[in-house]
Structure formats: structure tokens, C-alpha cells
Design a protein around this ligand. Structure first.
Ligand SMILES: Cc1cc2nc3c(=O)[nH]c(=O)nc-3n(C[C@H](O)[C@H](O)[C@H](O)COP(=O)(O)OP(=O)(O)OC[C@H]3O[C@@H](n4cnc5c(N)ncnc54)[C@H](O)[C@@H]3O)c2cc1C
Length: 425
């Protein structure tokens, strides 16, 4: 019997393989070019910073794969022939499949700048990106990061932790202000700068300059600055890693187009995780959501279908979390950076001096609770998830707020002040 082949051993592919194995005896083969074993991509930074050894990136013992009969092949797939149900490896070998799961993930977007192909200009996504950065680190005095998102700020923290001076070039007028409302964004601007990172807002990088050996040496800006940089982190976002499929008959847009069952237009071929693009995303969800937990949910959902119980992907309320140096950020539900007052009212509480803030959003007429975000204060996922599912009002959410803090030590400090703010609305 031909195996179920999963291309990609990231969180999406591995969640699918594990759940399918729990439910079925079918042969399963996982193919990935990047690494022989699944690892926690989100923790790459901690290896570089020396907070964890490389071996701790791998959540499963090597024996796990054999015991669960999950075959692994470390190779690049260069072609898929859906009419023959065959994948073709770079080595020229082929392998037939019964069903095929594309869990190809993302890749860093390249900088649209002259000089972006110089040595030392690189994104941070794959294991090989970390290795390249590690190999260059002893030679680095100054680095630049172009693009102000979550990976950019992680890279800033990483480089800073190794004593490298960092210039952080951000096109927007405030850090990540397409997602963060102004007060949150301002807190993060100050926090980044407080670590000695030179944050350049409204920045226009024009080109990268190299030395005689073809390695990057300077960042050139539109206003005439020439800033030394022996490493340039390209962090202007990620895109689905689907280049080799673009000329095929697989339906793609930015990602691989899928229906709610994660099916592509090719029979018995599915796509999950960062590379999948929902043709009709659920309301208030984006067609591509390149985050860890959505990859896991898609993988687990698809495993049910592959095991014979056809299941649609229903992600439920949105949530996400991140860290900006020492400040934790969480979001549950919808909350706009610039709320349209017709559809969204917001209340926010901010600590007068510490970097702590909570903001709630709700519908101005119905008072339906829409979402919440926080900086520097950990909130309980279940509390907000349940309210969002139940369709609670903002008043119901507020009345139980003391149950919403993750860290009970927090309650005596800030809850009275938070209540005062909430009660004044
Ligand atoms: C530095 C960093 C920090 C992050 N932090 C967070 C975070 O805090 N929270 C969060 O929610 N998300 C975070 N993310 C995003 C999150 O890691 C991704 O959304 C998630 O890992 C994607 O999982 P995936 O399984 O879809 O794909 P991937 O993990 O990208 O796995 C896909 C695999 O498929 C392989 N592959 C692709 N094409 C082929 C081919 N043709 N042949 C063979 N193999 C192939 C790739 O090499 C790769 O190994 C972070 C990402 C990065 C880079």
C-alpha cells in the first residue's frame, strides 16, 4: 500500500502525522529537506542566545519516530505528478503516494533592494539561517534589521544578546502599528530603544552596499545615511514556500488554495499550515495565518479526514502571543490598531509608569465583546475564549475580570486600578 506522504516536518505536518497514527495504521512517510527531525522553530532564538541547548529544540526522542512507524526522508521534493500520484526528489528518485499532504511552511521574503544578494543578507526562518548567522557572529560588530515585525524584534534581541550593535529600520511611523494600537506601539518603541537598539522609524532603506569580497558592508538610506552593517536581517515578512509548484496545475494564489476540508484542486492532495490559503476563510480570519497554533490545528483536523472522519477546519476565535524583549503580548479575538468607531469601541487601562496595558474591544451598539489585548500582563486564554464563543457582552467580561489574570500575584497590585478604569466607562 502506498503511504500517506507528508511534505514538511514542521508543526503542521507533524501534528497531522501524530494524530493520524493515533487513529490509523496506514503507512506514513514524512519528507523534509530542512532537518531530519521536527524541531520548535519558535525557540530558535533561545539556542542562539544560549538559553537552551540545541537538543532541547526537539520535543521527541529519536526512538519516537520508529516506535510510531513514522518513516522520514530528508530530501527536497522538486515536482509532484498528481496524475501518477508521484513525488519527485531532487536526487531524481520518485515515490508514489496514496494521499499527499503539503505542509511546506513559509520562507523569508527577500528584500526588494539593490544588494540584497550580498553575503550576510538573510532572513531568519530556517535552521540554515540560524547556522549562517552563528557562523558569522564572531565577525559582527554592527548589524541592521530591515522590517519591523515579530521576527525582526526577535532578531534584534538575539543580536543584542551577543553584544552586536543593532540598527533597526522600520518603514512605519511606529513599531508594528498595523497591528498594535498607538499606545501599545509606543510602549514597544520605547522598550526596544531602552535596550540600546537604534530604532529608525519612517525609515527608507534604499540599497545595500558590499565590500570587495561580496559581503554586505553598509546600509544606504534615502536620506543619505551610510550605516555600517556586516549582517543585514531581512525581516519584511514571510511568504508561502511554494515556488516549485507555481508552474503546475495546482491552484495557488499567495498560498495553496484550499477549501474548508483543506483539500486542494488535485485529488487526494491537501495543504495545511503556513503554506495553505483558505479560499473562503471563516469570518474575521485571514486567508493565510502563518502562526504555530493554526498549523497545529490544521494538522490535527486533517488527520481526522485522512483517518476516515471528514472534518472541516474551524479555527474558532483568533489568538496569538509574542514577546518583545521582556514584554509579553497577547491577543484574543479582534481588536483593531485603528478602530472604526461605528463598529468597534475600545477601553484601555495603562499602568502610569510600568510597561503594562490591557485593551478591550466591543461593538458600540450591541456591546458584544470582540476582543482583548495585553502587554506585560498575562491573561487566561480560556477566560476570553469562552466569552468569545458564548457571545458575551463587554459588561459580562468586565464583571468577571479578576478570574482573567494568569498570574494570581498580579491581582492585588493592578486589579483595583483596572476596575476603576473599567467602571468609568
Ligand atoms: C524565528 C521565528 C519565530 C516564530 N515565533 C512564533 C511564535 O512565537 N508564535 C507563533 O505562533 N508563530 C511563530 N512563528 C511562526 C511559526 O513558527 C510558523 O507559523 C510555523 O512554524 C509554520 O509551521 P508549518 O508546519 O506550516 O511549516 P514549517 O515549520 O515551515 O515546516 C515546513 C517544512 O517543509 C519543508 N519543505 C518545504 N518545501 C519542501 C520541499 N519542496 N521538499 C522538502 N521539504 C520541504 C521546509 O524545509 C520546512 O522544514 C515563528 C517563526 C519564526 C521563523
Amino acid at each position: 500500500m502506498d503511504p500517506v506522504i507528508i511534505i514538511g516536518n514542521g508543526i503542521a505536518g507533524i501534528s497531522c502525522a501524530r494524530q493520524l497514527r493515533k487513529r490509523s495504521d496506514v503507512p506514513i512517510c514524512i519528507v523534509s529537506e530542512e532537518s531530519p527531525y521536527f524541531f520548535a522553530r519558535t525557540a530558535l532564538m533561545y539556542v542562539y542566545m544560549g538559553h537552551m541547548p540545541k537538543r532541547d529544540l526537539y520535543p521527541y526522542e529519536k526512538s519516537f519516530w520508529k516506535k510510531n512507524r513514522l518513516d522520514r526522508i530528508q530530501e527536497r521534493v522538486v515536482e509532484i505528478r498528481p496524475e501518477e500520484k508521484t513525488i519527485v526528489f531532487q536526487s531524481g528518485k520518485t515515490q508514489t503516494y496514496s494521499r499527499l499532504v503539503l505542509a511546506l511552511g513559509s520562507k523569508a521574503r527577500s528584500l526588494p533592494l539593490p544588494g540584497s544578494d550580498l553575503q550576510g543578507v538573510r532572513g531568519l526562518y530556517h535552521w540554515q539561517d540560524l547556522e549562517a548567522l552563528e557562523a558569522h557572529t564572531p565577525k559582527l560588530k554592527q548589524a541592521s534589521i530591515i522590517g519591523g515585525g515579530l521576527i525582526g524584534v526577535e532578531l534584534a534581541e538575539m543580536l543584542h544578546s551577543r553584544g552586536i550593535e543593532v540598527d533597526f529600520w522600520v518603514r512605519e511611523s511606529s513599531f508594528w502599528n498595523t497591528v498594535l494600537p498607538p499606545e501599545e506601539s509606543a510602549i514597544i518603541n520605547r522598550h526596544i530603544e531602552s535596550h540600546g537598539i537604534r530604532l529608525h522609524l519612517n525609515a527608507q532603506v534604499q540599497a545595500l552596499q558590499g565590500d570587495d569580497e561580496g559581503a554586505v558592508s553598509h546600509v544606504l538610506t534615502a536620506d543619505g545615511k551610510e550605516v555600517p552593517a556586516q549582517w543585514v536581517g531581512a525581516t519584511i515578512g514571510v511568504e508561502p514556500n511554494i515556488e516549485f509548484l507555481k508552474q503546475s496545475s495546482l491552484e495557488t494564489d499567495r498560498g495553496i488554495l484550499v477549501n474548508p476540508y483543506l483539500e486542494t484542486n488535485w485529488p487526494d492532495v491537501y495543504a495545511i499550515g503556513d503554506c495553505a490559503q483558505q479560499k473562503n476563510p471563516p469570518s474575521h480570519r485571514r486567508p493565510i495565518e502563518a502562526v504555530w497554533y493554526t498549523g497545529r490545528m490544521m494538522g490535527e483536523t486533517l488527520a481526522l479526514t485522512l483517518a476516515g472522519k471528514k472534518e472541516a477546519y474551524r479555527p474558532g476565535p483568533w489568538f496569538n502571543s509574542a514577546k518583545f524583549f521582556d514584554i509579553e503580548y497577547q491577543i484574543y479575538g479582534q481588536l483593531s490598531a485603528q478602530a472604526d468607531p461605528k463598529n468597534e469601541s475600545q477601553i484601555f487601562w495603562q499602568h502610569p509608569s510600568a510597561a503594562k496595558l490591557i485593551r478591550w474591544s466591543f461593538h458600540p451598539e450591541t456591546r458584544l465583546f470582540l476582543g482583548v489585548n495585553s502587554l506585560g500582563i498575562r491573561l487566561r486564554h480560556e477566560y476570553f475564549h469562552n466569552h468569545l464563543l458564548a457571545g458575551s457582552t463587554i459588561d459580562q467580561v468586565i464583571s468577571g475580570m479578576q478570574a482573567a489574570y494568569f498570574d494570581p500575584e498580579f491581582y492585588p497590585n493592578y486589579h483595583p486600578s483596572i476596575l476603576k478604569t473599567l467602571n468609568s466607562y
